[in-house]
Design a protein around this ligand. Sequence first.
Ligand SMILES: [Zn+2]
Length: 127
Amino acid sequence: MSRILARFWDPTGERHGGLPTYPWKMAPPHLLTLRQLTAEGLRPGGQGVQAQVLWRSRRHGAPGVRAAYLYDVRFALPKRHPSPRQRAALAKANQARRTCPVCTRDVGYVLPRHLGTCLDCGQEAAA
Ligand SMILES: [Zn+2]
């Protein structure tokens, strides 16, 4: 193990304020980044950061240590999707915003607020 790896290898977090720390790509498989959780259709749930991976980076000019925070997939929860009822309510609200009160048509666009009607009815009223 190289010096860098040894420096970042701290599974108990002893040298990193109690946060378990691993070198890049050496974290146990149940620890995922937020991006990885999202790709699995998961969110962290109530858990805080469980561990971190550290690696050296030369991006942005100066070499430095970069960190990615890890969450335990065993505490993760499925991402919230709107229920069919919520979806129906949303669709109804959007339809109401597209429906002209004068000609009662769903005109397919959100009614301009300054008219309060569809463009056709607004034009007629102005004429
Ligand atoms: Zn109209």
